[in-house]
Design a protein around this ligand. Structure first.
Ligand code: HEC
Length: 415
């Protein structure tokens, strides 16, 4: 007999718990899953979807208890259906705990390479496109208006018929935009990123492999002028061109792994080798947008990855939120690279300096690495100086101030 009263009094506590759970799960999902590909394309994400579905079922049952079973128990005096529903809810709750345990014992989605399940993916940065925004607006604005009117019709008894009619009229204004402009072709690896960290060592491996397996068609400098290019049914593209540089690394990876058109698949190469080829192609794209007269890049060129150890034992890598200044030793070739972290007087030495010097020589289109290189907080190359004298201290300082003020944003730039 007391069950309905208990159920009613439990509502505020239950509601508070559910709101806390839902709110914290949003921030957890952001930290551990991070993106739509992470949700749809990893084992972790799929478990999370199962958990969300179970949670949804739980909410539905809770609603049914609150609005149907509890009031009915009050009037009829029998709490059978309420008891059954609560038992079912407890079962779902246990299932959620089991899924949570499974989630907690596997690597989070952000540490896995997602496998994109569809043949298309949403156009990146689609809010920036007025045409696409407009099309969506013409679809959603009438739908939202109609929904609001229908809800009003349900709750306002007196105005039910006028509200229903107005909702129907709003629906007549719906324009369904063509869906194709909203997506681009995708492959399973579209959202995978190079696991090499664009390391100078990996770029060196990629350079070697490229000369061995790819240069005969694409040319040693990747510009598409290899000796057998003319024999292909399709001319091999210039891989340093913006059209390729703007593509996600995961899609270049897929093309290299499986081949396209007359290009044979790279069946004999393992994943790491293919990622290093992508790294090398990226380096060449950076070299293409380097201006020797200004000693800077006209777009986004990523600083090759390295690890520097500082006197106190601190470790420095590019793109870690602080601008870096790199000094290349002049006296002996490959004599070591010194890194200075912005603001701190501390100097740090790069481990494995030879491939880094080679990568920077190549990306500045010169025979040897520049004397001084400035990298912004997000890890993008910003300015180089040929010799220390070039980079008179005040000039370097003013450039650094500029870089500090405006680091290149990483969003929309592909690694
Ligand atoms: C037999 C000549 C040949 C060889 C060898 C070759 N390619 Fe290609 N490659 C092509 C051609 C031709 C295309 C353009 C295919 C098309 O668009 O139909 C192409 C396209 C590409 C693309 C662009 C793919 C895309 O999705 O647009 C990349 C990246 C690429 N090649 C990288 C490589 C790498 C790396 C190697 C070495 C492992 C290599 N290629 C070896 C001929 C070749």
């Amino acid at each position: 007999a007391l069950a309905p009263a208990f159920a009613r009094r439990f509502t505020p506590l239950g509601l508070a718990c559910v709101i806390v759970l839902a709110a914290t799960s949003v921030s957890q999902a952001q930290a551990l899953i991070g993106s739509l590909p992470g949700l749809l394309g990893t084992a972790y994400g799929k478990l999370a979807i199962a958990k969300i579905a179970l949670f949804g079922g739980l909410l539905l049952l809770a609603c049914a208890n609150r609005f149907r079973f509890a009031p009915r128990a009050e009037t009829s005096g029998s709490a059978r259906s309420l008891a059954l529903s609560v038992a079912l809810e407890a079962g779902l709750g246990l299932a959620i705990v089991a899924v949570a345990a499974a989630l907690a014992s596997r690597p989070p989605a952000i540490h896995e390479q997602p496998v994109w399940p569809f043949a298309v993916r949403p156009v990146p940065a689609f809010w920036d496109d007025a045409y696409l925004r407009d099309g969506l607006f013409r679809l959603l604005a009438p739908v939202a208006t109609a929904l609001a009117l229908f809800v009003a019709a349900l709750s306002l008894r007196k105005l039910r018929w006028p509200a229903l009619l107005a909702g129907a009229i709003a629906l007549a204004f719906v324009q369904i935009p063509p869906w194709r402009p909203y997506v681009v072709a995708a492959v399973p690896t579209s959202f995978q990123g190079s696991p090499t960290g664009y390391a100078a060592r990996s770029i060196a491996t990629g350079r070697e492999l490229f000369q061995r397996d790819c240069a005969r068609c694409h040319g040693a400098d990747v510009r598409g002028r290899g000796p057998v290019a003319i024999a292909q049914s399709v001319w091999p593209p210039d891989l340093s061109a913006p059209l390729i540089a703007g593509r996600p690394g995961g899609e270049l990876f897929w093309s290299i792994r499986h081949g396209v058109g007359p290009m044979p698949p790279a069946g004999q190469l393992d994943d790491a080798a293919i990622w290093s080829l992508v790294d090398f192609i990226r380096l060449r794209a950076g070299a293409r947008i380097f201006s020797p007269s200004e000693m800077s890049w006209s777009g986004a060129a990523r600083m090759p990855g390295f690890v520097a150890r500082c006197v106190g034992g601190t470790i420095v890598v590019p793109g870690n939120g602080v601008p870096l200044t790199l000094r290349f030793g002049r006296d002996e070739p490959g004599a070591g690279v010194e890194v200075q972290v912005d603001g701190a007087g501390q100097r740090c030495a790069v481990e494995d300096p030879a491939p880094l010097a080679a990568a920077l020589a190549e990306i500045t289109a010169s025979a040897s690495a520049p004397a001084l290189v400035l990298v912004d907080a997000n890890g993008w190359l910003r300015r180089a100086f040929k010799a220390e004298g070039d980079g008179a201290p005040d000039k370097v300082a003013s450039e650094l101030a500029e870089i500090r003020r405006r680091p290149l944003e990483g969003a929309g730039l592909h690694h």
